[in-house]
Design a protein. Structure first.
Length: 78
């Protein structure tokens, strides 16, 4: 995930678990142009999920899935 500052956002790595649970909040910056009532015209957040491999033969992250979150479904704090 990347935010407006250009920094990549990552969750922590949970080792030796094939079904990890992430109770972690990752804050992303999102610029609102005009009115908050116009959130339906904004593009969605697209979050791609990858695993983390440190193995000798397979050290490349594998794509696991994608989450699409509409801005109108998010809580906005000013």
């Amino acid at each position: 995930m990347w935010d407006l500052s250009g920094k990549e956002k990552k969750t922590r790595v949970i080792y030796d678990n094939v079904n990890p649970l992430f109770f972690q909040v990752v804050e992303l910056e999102y610029e609102i142009r005009d009115e908050m009532d116009d959130l339906y015209s904004y593009p969605p957040f697209i979050i791609d999920v990858f695993d983390h491999d440190d193995e000798l033969f397979d050290s490349t992250p594998d794509y696991l899935g994608r989450a699409i979150i509409e801005p109108e479904d998010c809580q906005i704090s000013l």
